[in-house]
Design a protein. Sequence first.
Length: 94
Amino acid sequence: MFILNEIRPCILLKSLRLGSVVYQIPTPLVLRKQLNMAIKLIINSIKLTKYVGTIEKKIEHELFLILSGKSSLYKVNSTLYHTASNARAFAHYR
């Protein structure tokens, strides 16, 4: 559970089209969806990894990277939060 708390996103960007402009609006996620997205992020990261070995070794390697703070998932989350902070002005469209 600790590993999921390390990488779970708290917000989601939803697209909203107004006229000819598409806005990305940050919306909060409930805990259940946060954990669901964290699991999906881990699975996708394991699928894309170039680490050679069995699936058990890939999972072990990815979890080790998360615990050591070197996983690519941290960059995904920081990009998400950076985009959401830039789109805060459109949050009133929710």
